[in-house]
Design a protein around this ligand. Sequence first.
Ligand SMILES: Cc1cc2nc3c(=O)[nH]c(=O)nc-3n(C[C@H](O)[C@H](O)[C@H](O)COP(=O)(O)O)c2cc1C
Length: 192
Amino acid sequence: MDLKDKKVGIALTGSFCTIDVSFRIIQRLIELEAKVKTIISENVCNLDTKFFKASEIKEKLEALTGYKPITGIPNAEPIGPSKMFDVLAIVPCTGNTIGKLANGIIDTTVTMAAKSHLRNSRPLVIAIATNDGLGGSAKNIGMVMNYKNIYFAPYSQDDPIKKEKSLVFLEDYVIETIKNSLDGKQIQPVIR
Ligand SMILES: Cc1cc2nc3c(=O)[nH]c(=O)nc-3n(C[C@H](O)[C@H](O)[C@H](O)COP(=O)(O)O)c2cc1C
């Protein structure tokens, strides 16, 4: 599926070490002439970390897309009713956010965006990045992989020796996953 003029939402959650990957993916989507808007979780909106200041993330997203990121549950609620996106991708998606999605907990901007978007039966792409992907989050990842209209960017163990339960999405396959999700297809293999 060609992404030209496709309305693509990119939601960022607090895997702060992979936020720069998200910037590159947004840049690439814009080069492909997709219409990109971003959504950020409360933690991305507010936390200064060793990777970025919260203000830097917001400024970068606005510079890339021309729009301020969507913040706050009330601002994410219209995403579904207005059919704001053809596809929404959570890049990166934390263990926290996938746990909420697995269990129908909608108490952040990003989970609200996902729920609102999914009501239109349009694709939601997940790019997982969590140190407990093969631990506490494993059941949640499994549950969400089984849900309708949800597609996973391929992921792998990023450091099986030092972080034996860690899973992280593979940057190179995110855009291909987004494209295929618009055709209702999950790219394979998911686990690489
Ligand atoms: C520097 C830093 C890096 C983090 N990296 C990750 C990560 O890669 N994956 C993850 O699941 N959580 C990570 N966390 C924890 C999340 O930010 C935390 O669970 C938060 O509640 C996530 O909220 P959100 O999913 O609404 O953004 C990190 C936290 C900090 C401070």
